[in-house]
Unconditional design. Structure first.
Length: 472
């Protein structure tokens, strides 16, 4: 049988490069991306041409079209080599987003290579998300302990009542401590990692060199753990795929670190915000089940991965009102898709518990967040949020919701700060910082080593939190 020829874009359909585009990353987008999505939708329909740092990109806005792009993996490819403008040397020199896309790891692979890489992630992550395994139990206990230590640190530094930024003084250090524990980072590497991840996550002119340094740090971590394997994700990834070189493993850890720090951290902050802006009864009655639902609501209102990573068209295809040509770049926007979902489904889809799960906060299709990673991310978010409401008798936003500063990048949207006026419970004020728990020991046990590592990290985090201001 003869193969069916694929459709070709009609000659009168406008190619992406010929369309006038509006830059996406403007001050308006920073303050109110919803208004920008609405305007683009009214001008162009479900798919709009936009400028991303000087490069034209198709932004996919409507829920149905976003799902199509996420789920149809044979049409929408992840490998950057499918991108025609890159292959033909048409990108502006030093285009700032290319450095990240050139880091070849799971997210930017297709087909069997991609499926094999996901199996490695699954196998290595599984023990940590399983509460019944020793690793899972220990990680759960560590997340809660780190949260308590940060609250204790806040009480020691700022008192039982006062003002705090739950981003800089709680969420970001917590996630960095969890990363150090999960990845098995020794203290020397921990200090370096903390500084470079924050520089890298800040973006801007130094992000290229910071990405290079972070990659080098994760490669060194891989080499370190190869020489001294432990009960950590780095060692388990090597066990799951013994063929991984230190460089390959370093790239995978680098990507996981971004999800674990920036994305999971933003999910914690967005969920805290969802609770803080809710009424007092909602807050008091937070049980584990309701917390899960609050996370879903936060993901629907403000998905941390607001615009998902680029896909590249394998063939010419109609999408929305346009023809997308083979090799064109598209960015599926989960934030815009949620806006569309809320608009079309306000009467019957989003009012119930089931419907909030229709969010695309975890992605969809072949590249969606691996289930073991989702479980782990969910566990960290609910523990981090739950601990705040266990320890704080009172926590009120010190800024009106519409004045909170957001950081809206090409992919991530997250709160820069989450300022609160707080009052801690008497029990919370009596929590001990790691410094207060120093236990002399001639031969360091695993838990003692863990405490030392935490102390080392806390020392550097303290410098970042209370020494120099980090504006992200
Ligand atoms: C609440 C926290 C998290 C959220 C909201 C989240 C969200 C996402 C999303 C939206 C994607 C798909 C991106 C796309 O298709 O362009 C993704 C992929 C991924 N996530 Fe997560 N994630 C979270 C936590 C984590 C954690 C903790 C890890 C690992 C430690 C992780 C590892 C991954 C990996 C490896 C992928 C790539 C999968 C692939 O390309 O096949 N994520 N995540």
């Amino acid at each position: 049988m003869e193969a069916q020829p694929h459709a070709v874009a009609p000659a009168d359909s406008p190619p992406l490069g010929t369309l006038p585009v509006q830059p996406l990353l403007t001050a308006e987008f920073d303050a109110d991306p919803g208004a920008v999505y609405r305007r683009l939708r009214s001008m162009y329909g479900p798919v709009a041409p936009v400028g991303l740092m000087g490069v034209p990109v198709w932004l996919v806005l409507d829920y149905r079209e976003v799902l199509e792009v996420l789920k149809n993996e044979s049409q929408w490819r992840r490998d950057v080599r499918y991108w025609r403008a890159r292959a033909q040397g048409e990108l502006p020199p030093g285009w700032p987003l290319l450095a990240g896309y050139e880091v070849r790891q799971t997210m930017f692979m297709d087909d069997e290579e991609h499926r094999a890489a996901r199996r490695t992630h699954h196998a290595a992550l599984r023990p940590f998300q399983d509460a019944k395994s020793p690793e899972g139990w220990e990680l759960r206990a560590a997340v809660a302990r780190y949260a308590d230590e940060l609250v204790a640190l806040l009480a020691a530094e700022s008192g039982r009542t006062g003002f705090a930024d739950l981003g800089a003084q709680y969420t970001r250090p917590l996630l960095l401590m969890v990363t150090a524990k999960l990845f098995g980072c020794p203290v020397e590497l921990g200090d370096e990692l903390v500084m470079d991840l924050w520089r890298m996550l800040d973006g801007g002119p130094d992000s290229g060199p910071a990405t290079g340094r972070a990659l080098a740090a994760f490669t060194r971590l891989a080499a370190h753990r190869r020489a001294r394997p432990g009960d950590d994700l780095t060692s388990y990834m090597m066990l799951a795929d013994p063929d991984l070189t230190d460089e390959q493993l370093g790239r995978e850890l680098f990507m996981n670190a971004v999800y674990l720090n920036d994305i999971t951290g933003n999910m914690v902050l967005n969920t805290l915000l969802e609770v803080l802006r809710g009424n007092a009864t909602v807050r008091r009655s937070l049980s584990a089940g309701q917390l899960g639902e609050t996370v879903n609501r936060a993901a629907l209102a403000n998905p941390p991965v607001a615009n998902m990573c680029f896909r590249f068209a394998a063939r010419d295809v109609p999408l929305g009102r346009f023809w997308i040509r083979a090799g064109d770049i598209v960015s599926p926007s989960s934030a815009a898709a949620h806006q569309d979902l809320l608009a079309i489904g306000s009467s019957h889809m989003v009012g119930s518990t089931v419907s909030t799960r229709a969010h695309l906060g975890w992605g969809a299709g072949a590249h969606q967040c691996p289930s073991a990673a989702r479980e782990l991310g969910g566990l960290i978010v609910t523990t981090a949020v739950g601990r705040v409401f266990d320890h704080f008798i009172r926590a009120e936003l010190t800024l009106p919701c519409d004045q909170l500063p957001w950081r809206s990048g090409p992919v991530v949207r997250g709160l820069r700060v989450l300022p609160v006026r707080y009052e801690l419970s008497a029990d919370a004020a009596a929590l001990r910082t790691p410094d207060a728990r120093r236990t002399p020991s001639a031969s360091p046990s695993a838990s003692h080593r863990d405490e030392n590592r935490t102390r080392g990290l806390l020392a550097s985090l303290r410098r970042l939190m209370f020494g120099g201001k980090q504006d992200r």
